[in-house]
Design a binder for this molecule. Structure first.
Ligand SMILES: Cc1cc2nc3c(=O)[nH]c(=O)nc-3n(C[C@H](O)[C@H](O)[C@H](O)COP(=O)(O)O)c2cc1C
Length: 146
């Protein structure tokens, strides 16, 4: 089993979170980090575990780097049965469309047959908390459900 941390970002916060998660994961698992912009869903194996880290931009939209991945999912419609994934979103509760980006990706993966595990994690930029710290504590709880 491999754990692939895939991130969608506009200004780099989700990438920093993904780096922290890969560092933590690689102590116990085979794991790697991938920008969604360069990640082909066709490379996902059925026993892979995905950790999705994605921010929200515009008016509740996907950040730039997540858009090609979403389009690939849409056009290739791969069968993701057997794939498990967990979701960590970054957003700002200042916006009514809080954390919509990660939900868009999670919903799409589920539609294609992937199975979500754990509670969705979220970082709220208005909280003043550090995204990496929130994400690492979320990861611990989430791995317990794997
Ligand atoms: C122009 C702009 C639009 C944003 N739109 C939203 C939004 O609709 N919903 C939300 O939850 N957060 C929104 N955010 C907040 C970002 O998602 C948040 O700052 C996040 O940490 C950015 O992560 P990134 O650097 O990985 O893209 C927006 C931020 C900016 C600057």
């Amino acid at each position: 089993m491999k754990i692939l941390v895939i991130y969608g970002t506009e200004t780099g916060n989700a990438e920093m979170v993904a780096d922290d998660l890969v560092d933590a994961l690689s102590q116990d698992f085979e794991s790697s980090g991938h920008d969604m912009a360069h990640f082909d869903p066709a490379t996902i194996a059925t026993d892979d575990v995905l950790i999705v880290v994605c921010s929200t931009y515009g008016d509740g939209e996907l950040p730039n780097s997540a858009q090609p991945f979403f389009q690939h999912l849409d056009s290739q419609a791969p069968d993701l049965t057997g794939v498990r994934f967990a979701t960590f979103g970054l957003g700002d509760s200042f916006y009514e469309t809080f954390n919509r980006g990660s939900q868009i990706i999670a919903d799409k993966l589920a539609t294609l047959g992937a199975c979500e595990f754990g509670q969705r994690g979220v970082h709220d930029a208005s909280s003043g908390e550090l995204p990496g710290e929130i994400a690492l504590s979320w990861l611990k709880q989430t791995l317990a459900e794997l």
